[in-house]
Design a protein around this ligand. Structure first.
Ligand SMILES: [Zn+2]
Length: 243
């Protein structure tokens, strides 16, 4: 039940007009009003948490004409060669016309994120960026699990979402591990300690306890790691003992 004056998801978003960086056509995309949603913090796998809205659903910009999709951070950062590759390989495969809805459902947000993944593959971006999209998909399934529990969705659906969350966490883990070995920080906008933390935390979630300890101790013994990230690392390693 919504109380009087209580905000709903619609109050936190607005329609923004964007000109597609690939096909040049205009479209509307829903975005979160900055400053309206209150930031609570991040969870163990760094999913940003806000009061009243899951902002993760609104991070991908998708052109409904040609299918080019990317996260807000990466949108439009393309070379002419990448634009051409997207025009040749994404547009012909893109058929899914979205129905206009007031808010984005998790199902729709997942589809948008998968289009960003396809764009990423076709454009030949960095491993870390693909890993980050996998992490985003895991964040979306986490949100879907919470929503499903709230609305009493049958258990088999929840189990399916949990399975998807773990599959994408596994992909994100492999990708970030590879990125750490082959790319210079910032990696997908994160410093080296944050990537180590993420690997430790994802490893805990996947039951890879030895790997979690390896990445965790790299943080705890580092002079470059902040007290904040060390505390967060201790918290996730603590979860191993409880399992
Ligand atoms: Zn387009």
């Amino acid at each position: 039940m919504e109380g009087i004056g209580q905000k709903t998801e619609v109050d936190y978003i607005f329609d923004k007009t964007v000109k597609c960086d690939v096909c040049g056509r205009e479209f509307k995309t829903k975005q979160v009003r900055t400053g309206r949603a209150r930031f609570i913090g991040t969870d163990d796998i760094l999913k940003p948490l806000y009061e009243g809205i899951d902002t993760c659903k609104y991070d991908i910009i998708l052109c409904p004409h040609c299918g080019y999709a990317a996260s807000q951070r990466n949108y439009g950062h393309l070379t002419s060669k990448q634009r051409q590759a997207i025009r040749e390989n994404v547009e012909p495969r893109f058929k899914a016309k979205e129905e206009e809805t007031e808010v984005y459902s998790y199902e729709r947000a997942v589809k948008r994120c998968k289009m960003a993944m396809l764009t990423q593959m076709v454009a030949g971006g960095k491993i870390s960026e693909s890993a980050y999209l996998c992490l985003k998909l895991a964040w979306l399934y986490r949100g879907e699990i919470d929503e499903a529990k709230k609305y009493g969705v049958p258990g088999e659906y929840i189990q399916m979402y949990v399975r998807y969350e773990n599959e994408y966490l596994e992909d994100a883990y492999k990708g970030f591990e590879q990125a750490l070995a082959t790319e210079y920080p910032p990696i997908a906008g994160m410093d080296e300690m944050t990537i180590n933390y993420l690997l430790a935390s994802i490893a805990v979630n996947l039951g890879k306890n030895d790997e979690a300890k390896k990445y965790g101790s790299a943080i705890l013994t580092s002079r470059n790691a902040s007290a904040k990230i060390k505390n967060k690392t201790r918290d996730v390693l603590e979860a191993i003992k409880k399992n």
